[in-house]
Design a protein around this ligand. Sequence first.
Ligand SMILES: Nc1ncnc2c1ncn2[C@@H]1O[C@H](COP(=O)(O)OP(=O)(O)OP(=O)(O)O)[C@@H](O)[C@H]1O
Ligand SMILES: [Mg+2]
Length: 466
Amino acid sequence: MALNTYFVDREEEISTILGFIKARANVLIYGLRGIGKTTLLEKVHDILIHEGRKVLYIDGYEILSPEDLFVISRRTPIMDARDSVRCIFEMLDHVIIIDEFTSLIQMLARYRPFGNVEDVVKYIRSQTQLRRKRGGESIIISSSALGFIKRATMKYFAPLFREFKLLFIGPMSFEAIYELAIKHGIKEEEAREIAELSTGNPFYARKIIEQVIAQGISPREALFKLIESKGDLDIYFTALMENLQAEERYILHLIARGRNRFYEIEEKLYKDPSPYLKRLEDNGLVLKIKKTRKFSQYIIPDKVFQAWLLSQEIPSLGKISREAIYVSSLGFEALVRELLRSITSVIKIRDWLGQSLELPPFRAVYNVSGHDYEIDAVGLRNNEAYVFEIHFWGKARYNKVLQLIKNAELFAKDYGKRIKEKVLISYFGYELTNKEKEKIKEQGIKLLTSKELREIQKKTGVKLGF
Ligand SMILES: Nc1ncnc2c1ncn2[C@@H]1O[C@H](COP(=O)(O)OP(=O)(O)OP(=O)(O)O)[C@@H](O)[C@H]1O
Ligand SMILES: [Mg+2]
């Protein structure tokens, strides 16, 4: 079933790109698969056409030979792959947009007189410079090969990419995904759940929306259907894994299951995991969180991918229940815990009431279930504990504050820790009387909303999508 192509969010990215085009700067757009690069480029294309500009749009995946380039530039083919590039770059009055640019480079590398990727890159660089000198319009290119971009901006690719401004496309906000779901006629509550589950990834969001509409099931059921054997996302992730080495796949499973410190991975792998971890980082599949100089932890930023990894049965790692998968990876609470884990130096912010709050790098962050209480997140720092109560469904009221106070007391008693901070997190804000607000301040309780979470996320540099 095909969904309507509603477009949401990305105003900031669009205006950045249009600004670059105005200044005739070249741009390289990069970001994970499915994050919305193609959609963004198409939108920019439409805007430019609407303004009456000349645009040449090239889909790198559809250019299968140099001859295809001659055809779109309406030139007569010559037996030289260089000319196929030149005839495009000589269209000075056109803004040139090339989606999946890396695919184009790899194709050209197989034709004479090029012999390898380096030759192509060198030639494109000289053509880019020439075009700039002649006052040509911008070239906008995209790539999802994050590892490639990272390596490319070093080594011999560096000179080419110095000709380009780099623009990273990250996850969308929960609000944007919520809006997308609402536009498709999904009910409010379910729309919120879709935002929560897809963590800012429009590709996952669309897949879930599709399932919810077609099968009349809940978003959570829909996601589990998508990741179970032969589901759309199972097929997608299986293909992704096929491009990895067995060691890399094993490491991903370990990290997904919480064995995410370097020594824990080393112990399980029976050999030095460094080169594999580096490649996984390069591909954007894994993020390294440097806690101290000697101490690193790894996380999988894509929570849907993590959920799929957890649903795979690995002989030495066993089977995990759906409920456990949900708790450890998918819910809003799981995301907040991951955000708290990703803090590497003291973060100072003002809470919703304007009080100042400092969050340190925690030694550990986990959820606690006592026999008669549950705590969404506890962060440990030396012998002190930070207790968090996390709320996602609508505005939080004073009863959440009371619950937080009670939980903190029980935890202090059961675990013999001093409570340093009590923090209530409510994504959609609060509904509190002035009197209640005063009481909260007196008790030194801190309140956070999506705005503060985003601020923390910005400071950690780890994009989880809020
Ligand atoms: N701004 C947006 N508004 C609504 N839907 C979007 C938006 N951006 C992307 N999508 C949807 O998300 C899905 C993935 O987007 P897109 O194909 O643009 O991602 P991509 O980054 O180009 O992925 P790939 O690396 O696989 O090419 C598509 O179904 C698209 O319709
Ligand atoms: Mg694309």
